[in-house]
Design a protein around this ligand. Structure first.
Ligand code: IMP
Ligand code: MG
Length: 172
C-alpha cells in the first residue's frame, strides 16, 4: 500500500458533514431533498452527510467518470444515468467527492437540467478552486484544497485502491 499522509481526519469529515447537514436542513425547510450521489467517489461522503439532514431525503445515484487511470482530468466525462426517481419539479442536490477542473459537475448539471427539476444545487466534499477550467461553483463545500492529488474517503488512487481509507490524505 502506498504511504498516505493524513490531511483530513475521519472526525473532521464527520464534523463538517454535521455542520453542512444542519445548514442544508435549514435551507430546504419544508422541502424534500433529492440527493444525487455521484458514483463512485462521493459514496462515503453522501452517506455521512445524509445522516445529518433532517428534512426528507430521497437518496439516488448517478455515475460519472472522467479520470481513466491518470492523475489529471481527461476532459471527457462519461455519465451513466441510473436514477431511480423522477426529478421533474424536484429540488436536486448533487453530492460530489471533489471539484477539480469542473468538467464533471458541468456535464452533470447539463444532463440533470434537461429533466426539469425545480432547483439544482451542488455540495462537494472537496474543492480545488485553483484547478478550475470551466466556470462552475459549489453551493456547499466541506473543505477547500490546494491543487494536490488526494485519496481516501471515497477517492481512489491511480490503481483503484484507497477509496476505503476513513480519512483524506495525499501520497508521498
Ligand atoms: P473534474 O471533472 O476535473 O472536476 O474532476 C472531478 C473528478 O475527478 C472527481 O469526481 C474525482 O473522481 C476525480 N478527481 C479529481 N481530483 C482528484 C484527486 O485529487 N484524487 C482523486 N480523484 C480526483
Ligand atoms: Mg468522482
Amino acid at each position: 500500500m502506498a504511504n498516505v499522509n493524513v490531511l483530513i481526519t475521519e472526525y473532521e469529515i464527520s464534523k463538517r458533514c454535521r455542520e453542512l447537514g444542519e445548514q442544508i436542513s435549514q435551507d430546504y425547510k419544508g422541502k424534500t431533498v433529492h440527493l444525487i450521489c455521484v458514483l463512485t467517489g462521493a459514496i462515503y461522503f453522501a452517506c455521512e452527510l445524509s445522516k445529518y439532514i433532517s428534512v426528507p431525503v430521497v437518496f439516488d445515484c448517478i455515475s460519472a467518470s472522467s479520470y481513466g487511470n491518470k492523475k489529471t482530468s481527461s476532459g471527457v466525462v462519461n455519465v451513466l444515468d441510473m436514477l431511480k426517481n423522477d426529478i421533474k419539479g424536484k429540488d436536486v442536490l448533487i453530492v460530489e467527492d471533489i471539484i477539480d477542473t469542473g468538467n464533471t459537475i458541468k456535464k452533470l448539471e447539463e444532463i440533470l437540467n434537461e429533466k426539469k427539476p425545480r432547483s439544482i444545487k451542488v455540495c462537494t466534499m472537496l474543492d480545488k478552486p485553483e484547478s478550475r477550467k470551466v466556470n462552475v461553483k459549489a453551493d456547499y463545500v466541506a473543505f477547500n484544497l490546494p491543487d494536490k492529488f488526494v485519496v481516501g474517503y471515497g477517492l481512489d488512487n491511480t490503481d483503484g485502491t484507497c477509496r476505503n481509507l476513513p480519512y483524506i490524505g495525499y501520497i508521498e
